[in-house]
Design a protein around this ligand. Structure first.
Ligand SMILES: O=C(O)CCC(=O)C(=O)O
Length: 311
């Protein structure tokens, strides 16, 4: 039984209109409201985290099977957020489900417009080419064959006339408090049956890749198109809550699709946000993750890597 199946028991699907609603508001007192909203974010996140960690610990021994969940869990909190750097007067409502604090993983139901999500996938399809991987010194592309078998393309918000990616950038900036100038272009990915991404880290350890100018502090994965229920393709976190030898050894076998936390691709517009670094900026070994093998249909995502320095 996967964590998602358990979380789903709490209630039905979130209302799409609630989870992605956006409205205009007055321009006055935005900074003081922003400060109080930040406090609200903290408080709600902390309480939601304790609630969900309780659930995780009660289900943590039963999670070696592939997820059978077909719908997302209900949100534990709905927050109004004001973008921090844009000066915009828009207000967003973001639903957050805290899935884990070790590593920090949050499910965001209805984060983005589902119709525009799907349209972005269609628009980028002619530009796709086989996905590539960062190489360690001395490695060759051939050494990495089969590790990442999706097709992909990088697209910036400016290159998306629909405004979908710009809207996602604004929301994730508001949510994380990290300016959008720290974000890489979106990597749109398509997985076909058999497609996968073996477990890996999104940060680049100095010891393996050499000194880095900046690190990917967080990753946002927005689902653009999703496969039928129970078709695999989960984003897995095999070291969630791992300790001791298990944590030290790590897991690199994507076939196992193992671990206590697997997030199934649910609906277009849903998203997953996770942090690759600890709050003190050291790398978080528990943030290891991968894309489990897709069994049927197609899975499209837009991945955004957010760095701890301006790009
Ligand atoms: O497709 C997925 O579920 C995972 C994608 C991923 O790990 C990445 O883009 O870094």
């Amino acid at each position: 039984m996967a964590f998602f199946s358990e979380a789903k028991k709490g209630g039905g699907l979130p209302s799409p209109s609630l989870s992605s609603s956006k409205r205009k508001r007055g321009s006055s007192s935005s900074s003081s409201r922003s400060a109080s909203l930040k406090l609200a974010v903290l408080l709600v996140l902390v309480s939601a985290s304790f609630f969900l960690l309780g659930r995780m610990s009660s289900t943590s021994t039963t999670t070696t099977e592939t997820s059978s969940a077909s719908s997302p869990p209900s949100p534990t909190s709905s927050l109004s957020l004001v973008p921090s750097s844009s000066g915009s007067s828009e207000e967003f409502v973001v639903n957050i489900v805290t899935l884990s604090l070790r590593p920090r993983v949050f499910f965001l139901p209805g984060f983005a417009d589902p119709a525009l999500a799907s349209a972005l996938a269609d628009a980028t399809e002619p530009k796709l080419s086989p996905s590539t991987l960062a190489l360690r010194p001395g490695e060759k592309a051939e050494d990495k064959a089969g590790i990442r078998t999706s097709d992909g393309v990088f697209v910036s918000a400016a290159e998306d006339p629909s405004g979908f990616l710009a809207a996602v950038e604004k929301k994730v900036e508001a949510l994380t408090g990290i300016p959008k100038s720290h974000g890489e272009a979106f990597n749109v990915l398509r997985y076909k049956p058999g497609g996968r991404y073996e477990t890996h880290y999104d940060y680049f350890a100095d010891s393996e890749y050499g000194p880095q100018a900046s690190q990917r502090v967080a990753t946002l994965i927005v689902y653009l198109k999703t496969p039928p229920p129970d078709s695999g393709g989960e984003t897995c976190f095999p070291l969630a809550e791992a300790e001791g030898e298990e944590l030290a050894a790590g897991v690199r076998d994507y076939r196992a699709c193992s671990g206590r936390l697997r997030v199934p691709p649910t609906r277009p517009g849903d998203a997953v946000l996770f942090y690759n670094l600890h709050p003190n900026s050291t790398t978080d070994r528990r943030s290891m993750h991968g894309g489990c093998e897709l069994l049927a249909g197609s899975k499209w995502v837009a991945t955004k890597w957010i760095r701890n320095e301006k790009i």
